[in-house]
Design a protein around this ligand. Structure first.
Ligand SMILES: [Zn+2]
Length: 459
């Protein structure tokens, strides 16, 4: 079998003599695998080249000139090459031109059929692999991995250009969807498995700071920190642990994030919520900390849809903490005791009692005005969120009372990639990479790299 296969390759591709001999001469299995890979890469290049040459020789159907509508005419064959994961593929194909001499440039029907754009020099599959690596690691690391794993030589700045191009495609898609939403008020619901569609739709949001360049185009100077707003949408599923106890598990997690204000987040969240079937979900639950803009979003958009609002329990306890710190001094046993009791009461639904205690302290004329102001602020805060503090009810319905799932999304989506040592982002660079990370997280990455059969003029 083996001598026969080696013989066939030798015969079919005399140019592969050298890597073939090297593979045959390999001592260890390790060497054999490495060397066989260079044979297969060279073979793949030959194969692709042969198929393309065959296609190029087939009769060409010429389109008409878009200016004068006369059928384009062949000017003969011209070379084309493209970098792929196997190396550079070269072939020759027919180029056509308008017989009337209209300035529409030259046209290669085969390029169009292959999904190649005019100036494209790298295959989409290579751009996709490289951009995917850039989603997770810095550019130079991505280039090194690509070199190591696929034997492809690309540089970090090359990968960056592909990331920018893919990010621009993602932004164009998003703007198209947002425009459609604004015009029609509707968006198609994504296909959701029946058992998932029956689950609670959980939504949470938060902000996270990212370092940006102080002056566009220059990495110098102190970083300027700007807030990225992020929302998570997920279905609240359960899984049984081996001991039979049910554990909360998020299913079909989708992320929305934007470097912008709360309104920019709101429109994107609406779009994603509609795609995720918010209008037909059996129950919608919103969890957030106290940020006012986020609760405005809840009241303007989610509450009218019947969504239930939950104030993150740990955030509410943080408020009690600041009151306790002012009211009693925390290091006094009485302060710690009060905090522990108030926390317990909050957890068990005795919000009114906590609010009454706080209001009495805020009204106490014996305290300093500054202290009373702080305690009043906490009192008002809890009063405003009274409906969102019904923790026993939420627990009974197996709903989470903490927004940890949003914080972990912030860590994964933003911190891990955008807050490395010494990193400072340009606005465009950040936005494009963010869109790619979102596309990956939301299972829409590959569609950004599906070749489009358009724009194949060879300008
Ligand atoms: Zn013409």
């Amino acid at each position: 079998m083996t001598p026969c296969l080696v013989g066939s390759i030798r015969q079919a591709a005399p140019g592969l003599q050298e890597p073939l001999e090297a593979a045959m001469a390999a001592g260890t299995l390790e060497e054999m695998i490495e060397r066989a890979e260079s044979v297969t890469r060279a073979l793949a290049l030959l194969l692709i080249g042969a198929i393309l040459t065959c296609r190029a020789l087939a009769p060409t159907v010429w389109p008409v000139c878009r200016v004068c509508e006369r059928t384009l005419r062949s000017k003969g064959f011209a070379p084309r090459e493209i970098q792929t994961r196997f190396g550079v593929v070269r072939w020759r194909r027919r180029l056509g031109r308008c017989p009337s001499g209209c300035t529409i440039g030259q046209f290669a029907p085969l390029d169009t059929a292959l999904g190649l754009a005019g100036g494209q020099r790298t295959s989409m599959e290579l751009q996709r692999s490289a951009s995917l690596l850039a989603v997770f690691v810095p550019l130079e690391t991505a280039a090194a991995i690509l070199r190591r794993m696929q034997g492809v030589k690309v540089c970090g700045s090359g990968i960056w250009n592909w990331v920018q191009a893919a990010g621009a495609r993602a932004e164009a898609n998003l703007q198209g969807e947002l425009a459609k939403l604004e015009a029609t008020g509707a968006v198609a619901i994504e296909q959701i498995e029946a058992h998932i569609a029956k689950l609670v739709l959980l939504i949470g949001a938060d902000g996270v700071m990212v370092p940006f360049r102080p002056t566009p185009g220059s990495p110098k100077g102190t970083a300027v920190w700007r807030e990225v707003k992020l929302a998570v949408l997920a279905r609240l599923d359960q899984r049984l642990r081996p001991n039979g106890v049910a554990q909360v598990k998020l299913a079909r997690r989708r992320l929305v994030a934007v470097l912008g204000d709360i309104d920019a987040l709101a429109v994107r969240l609406k779009l994603e919520a509609l795609r995720q079937g918010i209008t037909v979900a059996p129950c919608v639950v919103w969890i957030s900390d106290g940020a006012r803009g986020l609760w405005r979003l809840f009241h303007d958009y989610l509450a009218p849809l019947g969504a239930l609002g939950i104030l993150d329990f740990y955030h509410a306890v943080g408020q009690l903490w600041s009151a306790a710190e002012t009211w009693y001094h925390l290091y006094l046993p009485s302060g710690r005791e009060w905090l522990a009791r108030a926390r317990r009461q909050l957890r068990h639904g005795e919000v009114d009692s906590v609010i009454t205690q706080l209001q009495e302290a805020a009204d106490d004329a014996h305290r300093s005005p500054d202290h009373r102001k702080i305690i009043q602020r906490v009192t008002d805060y809890l009063t405003t969120h009274r409906d969102h503090l019904r923790y026993p009810v939420f627990k009974q319905r197996d709903l989470p009372i903490g927004s940890g799932f949003v914080e972990s999304a912030c860590k994964w989506l933003i911190q891990q990639r955008f807050k490395g040592v010494g990193m400072r982002w340009s606005e465009d660079g950040f936005n494009n990479l963010l869109l790619l990370r979102l596309a990956w997280a939301n299972d829409r990455f590959d569609q950004l790299f599906s070749p489009s059969p358009m724009g194949a003029s060879t300008r």
